[in-house]
Design a protein around this ligand. Structure first.
Ligand SMILES: Cc1ncc(COP(=O)(O)O)c(C=O)c1O
Length: 402
C-alpha cells in the first residue's frame, strides 16, 4: 500500500484518478451474496411463464410473516412505498406532523411530504446516531400524528422508550427498519412487535430482492388496505368483480424479485453473524491507543441487537486538513470503496426551501459532513478489514493538522 503523502490541494483533487494497486482487488463498501440455487430458481421463474406478482410473492410474504412472529406482512417494489402506504393507512395527510430524524436516506422524510404532511425533525443522539428520543416530547403538538424513527446502520432505536412516547400521546409509529432486518430488541426480532414496520430489500441491504421491501401490519384489515394502495386501489371479488374505492399506485413486487428474496431469507441469520464478526474485527483493530489518537469516532460496540448493516466511522473534522471527499478519493485510489450515509436531510435544497437551515440540528449536521461507511459485507475476510483499517489509519495520519 502506498504511503499517503501529505498532499497539496491540487494533488488532492486529482488523487481520485490514481490507479488501483496492482494485485489488490477493488473492495466495494457493500456487495450482495447470492447463491447458485437462487440464480437457478430465478431462471425457473423466468421459464415458468408467470413473471409478475403471483405464487412466489405469496410464498415470500408467508415466509416473512413467519419471520415476524406471524404478523401480517405484504411485499412491495420498494421500502420507500411501504412507508408512504403506512402513513396513508394511518390517515396521515395535510395539516399533520410526523416526527423523524434528519440523518437518514432522504426517503424517510420524502414520504411524509408525499402524503402532504410536515416532517418535524429531532436531532440525533451523537452516540447512537439515531433520533434522540429524549428530545421528542418537546416537539409534539396537537397536529402530531406519528413518529417515524430510523435504525441507522441497523442499530435499533430504543423500542421501550419509543413506544412509551407513542402510547402516552396516542401516536402511530412507522418504524423505518429499512436497515435493521435481522436486528433484535431485547431478544425480539425487529418486525415481530410494534406498530407499522417497514423493511427495504435494496441490494445494499442485508438481504435483497434487487429492489423491494415489505410492510409489517397490525391486522388483516390494514393488510387489505395495503394491498389496495399497492395496486391502483383495486379490490377483486369472484372471477370478474372489480371495485376501486381509493387512489392506489403501482407498487407490486414481481415473482422474479420474490424468488431472489426467498433464496436470501434462509441466509439472513448467517449473514448477520458474519457481519457481527467483521464488526468485532473493526473494533479490535480501530479501538487501539494509536488509532484512538487519530480521533475517529466509532459506532456503539453492540454485538447482540444490531445487524451491522453498515460500519460507519465519523471523521474528526476539526483535526484534519483534508475533506471527507479527499479521504474517500485516496481510499478509492488504493482500491477501497467507501460511502456517505447520509448528508443531513434538512440541508438539501428542497428542505431549505421549506425553512430549515444550517445549525438547526448540529449533531446530525456534524455526522452528515463527516460520517464514512467502510466496507462490510458477508463475503469479506479478516484480511480485508485489516487492509481497510491500515489504509484508513494511514490516510488520516497523513492529513492531521500539524
Ligand atoms: C433508512 C432508509 N429508509 C428508507 C429506505 C428506502 O428503501 P428503498 O430504497 O427500498 O425504497 C432506505 C434504503 O435505501 C433506507 O436506508
Amino acid at each position: 500500500m502506498p504511503t499517503p503523502a501529505r498532499p497539496e490541494p491540487a494533488e488532492r483533487a486529482s488523487s481520485s484518478a490514481a490507479p488501483v494497486k496492482p494485485g489488490a482487488p477493488y473492495l466495494p463498501f457493500t456487495r450482495p451474496t447470492i447463491d447458485d440455487e437462487t440464480i437457478a430458481g430465478v431462471a425457473e421463474v423466468l421459464r415458468s411463464g408467470w413473471l409478475t406478482s403471483g405464487p412466489k410473492v405469496k410464498e415470500f410474504e408467508a415466509r416473512l410473516s413467519e419471520y415476524c412472529g406471524g404478523r401480517p406482512v405484504r411485499a412491495f417494489n420498494s421500502g420507500t412505498c411501504t412507508m408512504e402506504i403506512a402513513l396513508r393507512i394511518a390517515g396521515i395527510g395535510p395539516g399533520h406532523e410526523v416526527i423523524t430524524t434528519p440523518l437518514s436516506w432522504v426517503a424517510t422524510s420524502n414520504v411524509i411530504l408525499a402524503v402532504g404532511a410536515k416532517p418535524v425533525f429531532v436531532d440525533i443522539d451523537p452516540r447512537t446516531r439515531n433520533i434522540d428520543l429524549k428530545q421528542v416530547e418537546a416537539k409534539i403538538t396537537p397536529n402530531t400524528r406519528a413518529i417515524l424513527p430510523v435504525d441507522l446502520a441497523g442499530l435499533p432505536v430504543d423500542r421501550d422508550y419509543l413506544y412509551a412516547i407513542s402510547k402516552k400521546y396516542q401516536l402511530r409509529t412507522i418504524e423505518d427498519a429499512a436497515q435493521s432486518f435481522g436486528s433484535t430488541w431485547k431478544g425480539k426480532r425487529i418486525g415481530a412487535t410494534g406498530d407499522f414496520v417497514s423493511f427495504s430489500f435494496h441490494p445494499n441491504k442485508n438481504i435483497t430482492t434487487i429492489e423491494g421491501g415489505c410492510l409489517v401490519l397490525n391486522d388483516e384489515k390494514e393488510a387489505k388496505l395495503a394491498e389496495q394502495y399497492r395496486l391502483q386501489g383495486v379490490v377483486r371479488t369472484g372471477n370478474d368483480g372489480m371495485e376501486v374505492s381509493l387512489v392506489g399506485g403501482k407498487f407490486n413486487l414481481t415473482d422474479v424479485a420474490a424468488r431472489v428474496g426467498l433464496g436470501q431469507l434462509p441466509h439472513l441469520d448467517e449473514f448477520t453473524a458474519k457481519r457481527r464478526e467483521l464488526a468485532r474485527i473493526y473494533f479490535e483493530l480501530l479501538d487501539t491507543p494509536a488509532n484512538r489518537a487519530l480521533g475517529l469516532r466509532l459506532p456503539p460496540p453492540d454485538f447482540t441487537q444490531g445487524n451491522w448493516h453498515m460500519f460507519q466511522v465519523i471523521l474528526p473534522e476539526e483535526k484534519l486538513i483534508a475533506a471527507r471527499t479527499d479521504i474517500m478519493a485516496w481510499l478509492h485510489s488504493v482500491g477501497i470503496g467507501t460511502g456517505v450515509h447520509y448528508p443531513a436531510i434538512h440541508l438539501f435544497a428542497l428542505y431549505r426551501k421549506l425553512g430549515w437551515t444550517d445549525g438547526d440540528f448540529p449533531h446530525a449536521e456534524y455526522a452528515g459532513r463527516n460520517i464514512l461507511t467502510l466496507p462490510l459485507f458477508p463475503a469479506m475476510a479478516r484480511a480485508d478489514v485489516v487492509r481497510v483499517v491500515e489504509a484508513l489509519s494511514a490516510v488520516i495520519e497523513a492529513h492531521l493538522k500539524p
